[in-house]
Design a protein around this ligand. Structure first.
Ligand SMILES: Cc1cc2nc3c(=O)[nH]c(=O)nc-3n(C[C@H](O)[C@H](O)[C@H](O)COP(=O)(O)O)c2cc1C
Length: 371
């Protein structure tokens, strides 16, 4: 199927990126997409928050903003799919064009601004997915955000939890997209503690005995002080997980100036090392106590393994799907097995954070005294 995508890619790349994306979603809805079967692999299965992930490779938020193609996405061998970002009201997002590709660097800049059809349409789509017969193995995340015109963020997030929380395997609180004014201001201790406290309370009321874990998605553009402050706030607020990271506002020097000059968040290969560094820092700062989902420029088994060794228990991708095609999750899954084997690990859990843990002890970071 990689070969087929090699043929299809030049045609898709002749289209404006957003048109190509809409066409892809339309085709997927009509059943026109390849299917890959995950070979069950006990070494790569992860259980976190009482959820079983058949593969540690997931699809990051932003591809399926309205939860229209969850089932086809599971058939591309993703172990988990994160739909959204959804906001309470429908909104158009920023003026087009607002997505830009850079094939030489396998990078994208986007300034979408959360265009989506709103929570009612999203809920209908999820209900349709959940009622359409036996589910493929795989975990469904729902990524929530606030409308552009909302001046009191907690109102939108609580509303979304009430409405969608009971349908989610996990919830992601997105406070890190660079394209919604004021959103990243929530990445500070006091506003964050207040927000997470309110959301945990809402989740308790809305989701009863089986509340979905609450994950927090952060930006990569954080100073060392901000990372320390946020890691402590994440521990204090008892969020269940961290997604590291969203897109970056950085523009590494090697990018072509016309591309680099576009406003928005940069994703793909130029983000790989930066996001891995953030994962490493948070794993250390939280003593490995909060599971991390690593995202940012993962396009190979090697990239995924580097994030796992830096402290990620799971990884996600979006941009590599654009450049590497629909077999990318499958390829990474298979390559990861080889990397684990080569290092003598029987299970992915043994590799998580190994680059951060004190050398030669194999010690769990959260039980070590000196780190
Ligand atoms: C076109 C596009 C749209 C995105 N939209 C969202 C979004 O709605 N919500 C979100 O949390 N992240 C969004 N992201 C960020 C991705 O989920 C991911 O965190 C980031 O792109 C880094 O991963 P990657 O390099 O594998 O793409 C978007 C990324 C792209 C490229």
């Amino acid at each position: 199927m990689q070969d087929l995508y090699t043929l299809a890619r030049p045609l898709l790349f002749r289209l404006d990126p957003e048109k190509a994306h809409r066409l892809t979603i339309a085709l997927m809805k009509r059943g026109v997409f390849p299917r890959y079967t995950l070979k069950p692999d006990p070494a790569l299965e992860q259980t976190l928050w009482n959820l079983r992930f058949p593969s540690p490779v997931g699809l990051a938020a932003g591809f399926d903003k309205n939860a229209e193609v969850i089932s086809p996405l599971f058939r591309l061998a993703f172990g988990f799919v994160e739909a959204g970002t959804v906001t309470p009201k429908p909104q158009d997002g920023n003026p087009k064009p607002r997505i830009f590709r850079c094939p030489e660097h396998e990078a994208v800049i986007n300034r979408m601004g959360f265009p989506n059809e709103g929570m009612h349409a999203f809920k209908n789509n999820i209900e349709h997915f959940l009622s359409a017969g036996p589910r493929m193995p795989g975990v469904l995340g729902i990524n929530i955000g606030m409308n552009k015109d909302q001046s009191t963020p907690v109102k939108d997030y609580t509303l979304l939890i009430r409405m969608l929380g009971p349908m989610a395997d996990y919830l992601t609180v997105n406070i890190s997209s660079p394209n919604t004014p004021g959103l990243r201001d929530l990445q500070k201790r006091e506003p964050l503690l207040e927000l997470i406290g309110a959301l945990r309370e809402e989740r308790r009321k809305a989701c009863g005995a089986h509340p979905p874990p609450l994950l927090l998605k952060l930006a990569p553009d954080l100073s060392e002080e901000q990372q320390e402050e946020l890691a402590q706030a994440a521990l204090d607020s008892e969020v269940d997980g961290l997604i590291l990271t969203n897109t970056t506002l950085d523009r590494p020097g090697a990018l072509p100036p016309a591309f680099a000059g576009e406003t928005g968040g940069l994703s793909g290969q130029p983000l790989t090392n930066k996001s891995t560094g953030i994962i490493r820092n948070f794993y250390r700062l939280t003593n490995g106590k909060i599971p991390i989902v690593g995202a940012g420029g993962v396009s190979s088994g090697r990239d995924a393994y580097a994030k796992i060794k830096a402290g990620a228990s799971l990884i996600q991708l979006y941009t590599a799907l654009v450049f590497r095609g629909p077999s990318v999750a499958m390829c990474i899954h298979n390559d990861l097995h080889a990397y684990l084997k080569a290092d003598g690990f029987d299970h992915i859990g043994q590799a998580v954070g190994i680059d951060v843990k004190p050398k030669n002890t194999g010690q769990e970071l959260n039980t070590s005294s000196g780190s």
